[in-house]
Design a protein around this ligand. Structure first.
Ligand code: NAD
Length: 416
């Protein structure tokens, strides 16, 4: 985010815009501006050299009108309670948009995983889980991976929680390794959902995907898998990036080869036959499709006018500010917002939870088919609203998501 506009400012501004559009009861608007519960904890960890470090951790439970809280856990040095609050609000709308019976939450630990050993990360994860033990649970709050956490992190959370309960509770987290109750296809699900949305948008725009050029910012779980799937569909992946910088090749790369290069060297930078570009330049490249899949606040008033892509699919949460949204609307750039575009991750997490609760195990094909049905329906619901209300896709998705949450709140009432 810019210094002036934090992720929370953006989330609140989006809520204000949509509340106006749907004539939301001012009391419900006020209620939705605040999370139901914010838990801030300190996470002490003994480092490998024997010293003790204390990290700030938090879990923000925004709203549970539609079901148990659901949301990822992020490990990043810039984690703040405000950032996690914004992300928890977006989770509430997202679960409603893709129509799964969850509320919204998010968690984080302000640490730099790149400077921590595996043992230290395990220590942080198990201590964080212990501290949150009373607040999470399969019917209460179900965490998942996010930036710099992965299936191993989820296995540690599940094991710690299960040790306390005295029996295995796989349904307490999603995004686990398959061997301990994970779902086939979960690690690619967010990206597959992004691609289903891109495919549906291309149909609406009369755009041919085969041969389209794509730039992807962020080459982690979401970015790399999206690049790989789009490459297999015949798109040309012309640019990708990570924290160290970006690479560009007009003729396109094979993302799998870039992945292998990153595995060996630690970055996409230096991939053979590529030209270096900065993360900023990547966003402004002359390409058909742009997938921001890194962090919040990447596309603002300052660079929105320079963006040339015809279609933007937000793999990341909160990459675009409301001012940049307005620029895209004026320039007729079609943007698929985060709460729709990356909702395949939480939809697939929901499938994992259902399988855990019923002790079933679906094939990847079964899961992907169900995911496609959910994503196509969510995309078309948002699209139809945006057309009917003569607004952009962000507002279409927010009208659907916030509207469903508000309706649930009204139906449940305020008690006592
Ligand atoms: P990840 O940790 O796997 O990868 C993050 C990637 O972004 C890394 O390649 C990192 O180098 C890169 N990156 C970080 N800061 C950057 C910057 N300033 N510029 C360019 N690249 C940068 O994380 P992820 O799970 O892929 O998550 C990425 C985004 O997608 C986040 O916004 C996350 O909240 C969102 N998201 C993830 C999921 C999921 O299932 N993992 C689901 C929904 C949304």
């Amino acid at each position: 985010m810019t210094e002036q506009q934090t992720a929370l400012d953006v989330a609140l501004e989006q809520l204000r815009i949509v509340s106006e559009k749907i004539n939301l009861d001012p009391g419900i608007h006020e209620f939705l501006k605040h999370p139901k519960r914010t838990i801030i904890v300190s996470v002490p960890v003994r480092r490998d050299d024997g010293s003790i470090n204390i990290f700030m951790g938090c879990r923000v439970q925004h709203n549970d009108a539609r079901g148990p809280y659901k949301g990822g856990i992020r490990y990043h040095p810039n984690v703040t309670v405000d950032e996690i609050t914004a992300l928890s609000m977006w989770m509430t709308w997202k679960c409603a948009v893709v129509d799964i019976p969850y509320g919204g939450a998010k968690g984080g630990v302000a640490c730099n995983p790149k400077e921590l050993s595996l043992k230290e990360l395990e220590g942080i994860t198990r201590r964080f889980t212990t501290t949150l033990f009373a607040e999470i649970g399969p019917y209460k709050d179900v965490p998942a991976p996010d930036v710099y956490t992965d299936s191993q992190t989820m296995a540690w959370i599940m094991d710690t929680y299960s040790q306390y309960m005295g029996y295995r509770v796989p349904e307490v987290v999603t995004g686990k390794p398959i061997i301990v109750g994970g779902s086939e296809g979960r690690s690619e699900a967010t990206s597959l959902g992004v691609v289903f949305c891109i495919r549906e948008a291309a149909k609406k725009l009369g755009m041919k995907l085969k041969g389209s050029s794509v730039a992807v910012q962020g080459f982690g779980n979401v970015g790399w898998n999206a690049a790989d799937i789009l490459h297999h569909m015949g798109c040309k992946i012309v640019a990708v990036s990570d924290t160290k910088g970006g690479i560009f090749n007009l003729n396109g790369f094979n993302p799998r080869k870039v992945f292998e290069h990153k595995e060996k060297s630690g970055s996409v930078v230096g991939f053979s036959g590529s030209k270096d570009v900065s993360n900023q330049e990547l966003l402004e490249l002359n390409c058909d499709i742009l997938v921001p899949a890194a962090l919040e606040g990447q596309i603002t008033k300052a660079n929105a006018n320079e963006i040339k892509a015809k279609l933007i699919a937000e793999g990341a949460n909160g990459p675009t500010t409301p001012e940049a949204d307005r620029v895209f609307e004026e320039k007729d750039i079609f943007l698929i917002p985060d709460i729709l575009a990356n909702s395949g991750g939480v939809a697939s997490s929901y499938f994992e939870w259902v399988q855990n609760l019923t002790r079933e195990h679906w094939t990847a094909q079964e899961g992907n088919k169900k995911l496609e049905v959910k994503m196509v329906k969510a995309f078309n619901d948002c699209y139809d609203i945006s057309k009917k209300q003569k607004t952009n896709m962000r507002n279409g998705a927010l009208i659907l998501g916030v509207g469903r949450v508000a309706e649930a709140i009204r139906t449940l009432g305020f008690w006592p």
